[in-house]
Design a protein around this ligand. Sequence first.
Ligand code: FAD
Length: 348
Amino acid sequence: MSLPVWRIAAFRGNLGSERLERPTRGEVRTGKNMKADFLSDLSEIVTEKVPLASHTCLRVGGPARWFARPRSVDHIRELVRRCRNEGIEFLPLGLGANLVVSDEGVDALVIRLGEPVFQSVDWGAAEARKGDNPVTLSVAAGADMHRLTSDAVRRGLGGLERMAGIPGTVGGILRMNAGGRFGSICDVVRDVTVVDAAGEWRTLTRDEAGFRYRGSDLGGMVICGAGLMLEPTDPKQLRARFREIWEMKKNTQPLADNSAGCVFKNPPGGSAGGLIHQAGLKGRRVGGAVVSSRHANFIVTEAGATAQDVLTLIGMIRREVADRFGVELETEVQLWGRQRARSSEPIG
Ligand SMILES: Cc1cc2nc3c(=O)[nH]c(=O)nc-3n(C[C@H](O)[C@H](O)[C@H](O)COP(=O)(O)OP(=O)(O)OC[C@H]3O[C@@H](n4cnc5c(N)ncnc54)[C@H](O)[C@@H]3O)c2cc1C
């Protein structure tokens, strides 16, 4: 079986010219300078002070202190190792479809797998398939889930149509175990390849990935790719199913607005959106952030909105739902930056 290009890149440590120079041994760097310049020799792939608002679907938030666009798995390993050595946080970024970044930004290294090598999908196994046997598709973590799903449906490979209408990259989708009433991504995962917190490249089985409701044990790692098991299925049937799920989403969610999807996880046996609706919070506004009138678990942002508007509204919803129903809602959206504490502080 031929290896997908991102796996080849990982094995070879990518081509010579892409290899990163390690800091000179014996070079003494101390205190503040150490943090300020720990990536200075990587200017080819790292930029400083990059605004993140345009990298998120909510379109709010401040800059990343450092922003990296690695071109190989070796780049990722080097970045992670340097962060570990310097005590700097690294934050992998997908499509930003589930993120609230604070207005102050993040004092961290944001790693975005946007380069072509991290968007590749190996359709070889699918093309060589025999009969109705399941096919394992190797996909890189930066691949766009919407495009991947459409391509799989067109080729008659079933399993991903349950992801219709869920924006994100494969990496973000896996990290969040995204899904809904039609199933979650973990239903089709065979394995996940990551650079772990120690900078090591590892392949985890589905069990090792620790998938659970809107979560996984893949935090603190950079997901590089995955093997997805898909079932050969009649393309006509798949298209119909895809459209049905897509239509349902379109009719119930504010897909045309800026949002980060569902803000809160559903409490056990209940619906976060239902509780917010019953609390009369649809349409509640703080600055440019509004509880969607279409789906109560969505906050949408208007021009001029700030992350603080969103966070204040999140805190307000949590308090009102707790007061009325005694249910403490847990955020599904990921909060990046220093304001995190203000919206997720215990209610009391
Ligand atoms: C209109 C709309 C509808 C939505 N509907 C749904 C829905 O029906 N069901 C659902 O589950 N979600 C839904 N969402 C939320 C969102 O689509 C998912 O959470 C998705 O998984 C986010 O993927 P992303 O690539 O944008 O990740 P991001 O938002 O960029 O990141 C989310 C988390 O994943 C981590 N991450 C991203 N890439 C990697 C990587 N390569 N390695 C390690 N960690 C990584 C980030 O660090 C962060 O912690 C919706 C969002 C919107 C805007």
